[in-house]
Design a protein around this ligand. Structure first.
Ligand code: NAP
Length: 246
């Protein structure tokens, strides 16, 4: 039977590419968006034209518990219980010194990048535990592993995602659920759109493989962790980063 995958933040970038790859591998996919309804609906419409009933777009700000719960209800009604949950939705702040970060900026970042994952996992777990089966893949960042100057809140949030992954993997392992993390390096998406070209060039020069990552590079890692080939892998951090952080 086709597996159901829910991918948060799937209207563009890494989430979109991950949803497309899981769909190509035979999953039915729920593409979550917060603001970009048009983009998410267009992807789902295209997929449904090719394989009717195989995709849906579902709105929810992952930082709002009631919206996350409604999202899971809608996905269950249309596609079924998600067996794969990809917690990809995330935001970053403009680069600035920690001394200039406001309470509101700190709270918003943690609400989306950490609490959103907490809410989605709480909504997904009961059905996974009942079925003794499930794959949860959380998107962190290499900055959550090594920290980045002028990105202290983002680094702290993404570090929390790694710790959450490791702790939960131990907690739900006995229920047959794998929890893993993907910590990408510099990926060419809109998230980096506010960086000047010189900054992107400088980052590229620091990457041993000499190229920026593509959303598909991250999607491939996620798809592997979601596959049966990764059934004995849990609590791990996979790092598509071109060798930038070792
Ligand atoms: P992106 O192009 O900016 O896309 C972000 C996605 O998240 C969009 O689909 C957006 O949808 C969604 N989103 C944002 N806030 C949301 C919320 N509150 N609720 C639900 N969805 C929300 O970013 P990306 O580069 O693909 O990044 C995806 C993930 O990878 C993030 O967690 C990011 O931190 C991580 N990452 C990225 C890089 C990189 O270099 N790009 C590197 C390491 C890690 P709407 O437009 O509908 O809000």
């Amino acid at each position: 039977m086709e597996r159901v995958a829910l991918i948060t933040g799937a209207s563009r970038g890494i989430g979109r590419e991950t949803a497309l790859l899981l769909w190509r591998q035979g999953c039915r996919v729920a593409l979550n968006f917060s603001k970009s309804a048009g983009a998410a609906n267009a992807i789902a419409d295209d997929l449904n034209c090719l394989r009717p009933g195989s995709a849906m777009a579902v709105g929810a700000d992952v930082s709002v518990r009631s919206e996350v719960e409604r999202m899971f209800t809608e996905v269950r009604e249309v596609l079924g219980d998600p067996e794969i949950l990809v917690n990809n939705a995330g935001i970053a702040l403009p680069q600035k010194l920690l001394t200039d970060v406001t309470d509101a900026e700190w709270d918003r970042l943690f609400d989306v990048d950490v609490k959103g994952i907490f809410y989605c996992i709480q909504a997904a777990l009961p059905a996974m535990i009942r079925r003794k089966q499930g794959k949860i893949i959380n998107i962190s960042s290499m900055w959550g592993q090594v920290g980045a100057s002028c990105e202290v809140p983002y680094s702290a949030a993404k570090g929390a995602v790694i710790a959450l992954t490791k702790a939960l993997a131990q907690e739900v392992g006995p229920s047959g659920i794998q929890v893993n993390c993907v910590a990408p390096g510099v990926i060419d998406t809109e998230m980096n759109g506010n960086l000047p070209p010189e900054a992107m060039e400088a980052l590229q020069e620091e990457i041993p493989l000499g190229v920026l990552g593509k959303p598909s590079d991250v999607a491939e890692a996620v798809a592997f962790l979601a596959s049966e080939g990764a059934n004995f892998i849990t609590g791990q951090v996979m790092c598509p980063n071109g060798g930038m952080v070792l």
